[in-house]
Design a protein around this ligand. Structure first.
Ligand code: PXL
Length: 280
């Protein structure tokens, strides 16, 4: 069985980061190991939240793993809360990178043109440097714009604009740059990817639902890295993750009791399993 280590916070209520990554990776049939970077009462879209930083626990954990010769098939980072945590991720990549494994970075920092509370332009600059070490990065358009110090465009951009952003992301140093939330026309949204080694672009679009739920980026990334570990190509994994995210949004919209703070990824898990099989 493949093993992923994912490094991000635990938001105790809020259906994001580790409370999404753990069940989704497990559902993919892949072992999920974690380093919790912080414990929050709730994610930061709530009016109030507590925040307990766990940065000082990162090195003691990884030191034991080194002694125990524990290795990982993928290293997946999500929401990181400080400059120091980014620095520690660089060290962790250096310590745990092998010829075969992959480094997958979701540079979680914002959405819809705005950074989440606590993040700054300087943090995005630092995150861009971390991305240089990745095999795959999956920013949305907001995160990409901040990392590249480009103007953010919500609508009305062209395919040429997205290709240019992807090439600039790849120039940071990663092997594959993926942009999520790409939409050229009203009814469709999807992902575009660029592979630097073979200089090739790919894209996959699904129907666009006019509703926005928190945590969909984490659902997408967790399913994508899980699918890669099940042997899907990057294109197959992106398709699987995009379709699963849409199905989760649809499940939320069907569920009259759905919570505003998260997406119903749980009831869409059977669909994820079907997608994993049909996109290989
Ligand atoms: O879903 C991304 C995310 C992860 N972790 C925390 C967050 C957010 C988005 O707001 O606040 C703590």
């Amino acid at each position: 069985m493949k093993r992923i280590v994912t490094i991000q916070d635990i938001s105790c209520v809020g259906k994001c980061s580790l409370t999404v990554a753990l069940p989704v990776i497990s559902a993919c049939g892949v072992e999920a190991s974690v380093i919790p970077t912080a414990v929050l009462s709730t994610h930061t879209a709530f009016n109030n939240f507590s925040f307990c930083d766990l940065t000082d626990e990162i090195e003691p954990v990884t030191e034991i793993w080194k002694k125990e010769k524990i290795s990982f098939d993928a290293i997946y980072t999500g929401y990181l809360g400080s400059f120091r945590q980014i620095e520690l991720m660089e060290k962790l990549f250096d310590d745990f990178r092998t010829e075969e494994n992959i480094i997958f970075i979701d540079p979680v920092m914002g959405d819809h043109g705005k950074l989440y509370p606590g993040f700054s332009q300087e943090f995005a600059d630092r995150m861009a440097r971390l991305c240089s070490k990745a095999d795959v990065i999956v920013p949305n358009l907001t995160e990409a714009a901040f990392m590249l110090r480009e103007e953010y465009k919500e609508y009305g951009y062209t395919e040429e604009y997205v290709r240019d952003i992807l090439k600039k992301l790849a120039a940071l140093g990663c092997k594959n740059a993926v942009l999520t939330g790409v939409s050229f026309d009203e009814g469709k949204v999807g992902v575009m990817a660029y592979n630097k080694e073979n200089d090739r672009f790919s894209a996959y679009y699904t129907e666009k639902i006019n509703a926005s739920f928190h945590g969909t980026g984490d659902v997408f990334s967790s399913a994508c890295v899980g699918a890669l570990m099940r042997g899907l190509s990057l294109e197959g994994a992106l398709k699987t993750a995009a379709n699963y995210t849409v199905e989760s949004i649809k499940a939320s919209m069907r569920d009259k009791d759905n919570n505003w703070y998260g997406v119903n990824f749980e009831e869409a898990i059977p669909y994820l399993l079907k997608e994993l099989n049909s996109n290989r």
